[in-house]
Design a protein around this ligand. Sequence first.
Ligand SMILES: *Cc1c(COP(=O)(O)O)cnc(C)c1O
Length: 228
Amino acid sequence: MGDLRARLEEVDRRIADAARAAGRDPSELTRIVVTKFHPASLVEDLYRLGVRDVGENRQQEFSRKAAEVAHLDGLRWHFIGQAQTNKARAIRAAASVVHSVDRARLADALHAAAADDDPVLDVLLQVNLTDDPGRGGVAPDGLAALAEHAAGLPTLRVRGVMAVAPIDEPPAPAFERLRDCAAVVRATVPDAGWISAGMTADFAEAIAAGATHLRIGSAITGPRPERG
Ligand SMILES: *Cc1c(COP(=O)(O)O)cnc(C)c1O
């Protein structure tokens, strides 16, 4: 717990430094702790340290862990992984925000999965910043159409964009392209001001490029255990 607290404080200090260096107010940023491959007990430890935003990228692990910590009041789950349409109900049931909407069919499935008393679901449109279609995300030239489609679904609220930095390119120029993508979405949904970008290796660059939601795993949780 002491190590976890120290890493969390260190990351938050680096986030604040990067924000100030970019002329931004650190309080505009949401730091999401990615807990994938770690047990639910880690989520409880993080909660005790004040963390309220946590993220997972695989649906089964996400659903299981969310159920295990359902007693933690005010905890917000961010689903950040590639999603199958047939898992839309399970994702919707536990997520406060889905960062990875990258096709109209997935938006439709999340919309159709809404139960009568479900709140509107915050979603981000994931953009592929690479030329590799296997990496997930809509190609930038398909983003405007996806934004229009998702904006027409009344149980979803389009909040902005999400991306993962390419492996074979420095993150800063890629995140600048993401900033342009955010403007494309705002042409359809003017208040969609969220930009989810930045992981352990590149969150300072993401903050400099306007990220509002950082998805940070190993710098806070420590190395990930073997996936089971
Ligand atoms: C795992 C993951 C992260 C966090 O990665 P770290 O490098 O451990 O900070 C962020 N975003 C997505 C989509 C991930 O899958």
